[in-house]
Design a protein around this ligand. Structure first.
Ligand SMILES: Cc1cc2nc3c(=O)[nH]c(=O)nc-3n(C[C@H](O)[C@H](O)[C@H](O)COP(=O)(O)OP(=O)(O)OC[C@H]3O[C@@H](n4cnc5c(N)ncnc54)[C@H](O)[C@@H]3O)c2cc1C
Length: 223
């Protein structure tokens, strides 16, 4: 999606640094750039600068997942929900990947006497489920929640959020590819990469990787 400040897919390097062209037509110069978009977007942005780097970035596969958020009266849930959630192994042959008990993890996510659940559907192993309609996704999730936790009755709320190509897949060989990507990126002074495509998908890993990218650029004098 086009958003304010979004790069236009072109990141040419100038002798004195990088020229960044934004979607609003403005052009900015910088001696350092951290490309923190998904690796397939980074591939587009960096194609003119380094074709080999862009090609490797484009090789990282992504999966899509849908998130179905439902609110329920505790009286409608047989299970005590005395945990933070669950991850479903493939051998269970269910149509959901995981459930996060949001209101058990964080305060103020649901009124007293209710619970907020986030259920993940799709992913790399069941990509076809990502394309179901909102109504189909909600009913699939309610059926699974009824079976696993004894959730009954109508939910107090039900919303569907979709995350297309949001989860990079760390296949065998991923770390070797990332090492090659990092080595190629390091050939361009002032260029660094960040994001979940490289060395960790969880938010803490993404933050740590971004901080070390920023630290490297500061160390080599890019201020
Ligand atoms: C459904 C779901 C649930 C998750 N739940 C958890 C969780 O509970 N705990 C946890 O630790 N992790 C969770 N994760 C993983 C974690 O949230 C992500 O891995 C992490 O947020 C990704 O951060 P990022 O900065 O790499 O990508 P993003 O947050 O997607 O940021 C990339 C940014 O790049 C921008 N962009 C793209 N192209 C351009 C361009 N041309 N110019 C400028 N900007 C551009 C995009 O607009 C976007 O804002 C979840 C992921 C998903 C999909």
């Amino acid at each position: 999606p086009q958003s304010r400040g979004e790069g236009t897919g072109n990141l040419p390097v100038a002798r004195e640094g990088y020229r960044i062209e934004l979607a609003d037509g403005s052009i900015h110069s910088s001696d350092a750039v951290i490309v923190a978009a998904a690796s397939y977007h980074a591939a587009n942005l960096l194609g003119d600068l380094d074709r080999e780097l862009a090609s490797l970035l484009g090789e990282i596969e992504y999966a899509s997942s849908a998130l179905v958020v439902t609110g329920h009266r505790l009286a409608d849930v047989a299970h005590p929900l005395n945990a933070f959630g669950l991850v479903v192994p493939q051998r269970e042959r269910r149509k959901i990947l995981a459930v996060s008990f949001s209101s058990r993890k964080f305060p103020d996510r649901a009124p007293d006497g209710s619970v907020l659940l986030r259920t993940f559907v799709g992913g790399a192993l069941q990509p076809e489920l990502f394309n179901l309609s909102d109504t189909e996704l909600v009913s699939l999730v309610l059926a699974e929640l009824a079976d696993i936790f004894g959730v009954c009755g109508e939910p107090e709320l039900a919303r569907v959020y979709r995350y297309p190509r949001a989860m990079p897949q760390y296949h065998v060989g991923h770390l070797d590819r990332v090492a090659r990507i990092e080595a190629l990126a390091a050939r361009h002074p002032g260029l660094a990469l960040a994001g979940n495509a490289y060395r960790g998908v969880g938010v803490p890993d993404v933050i740590q990787y971004a901080e070390s990218a920023a630290g490297r650029l500061l160390d080599i004098g890019c201020h």
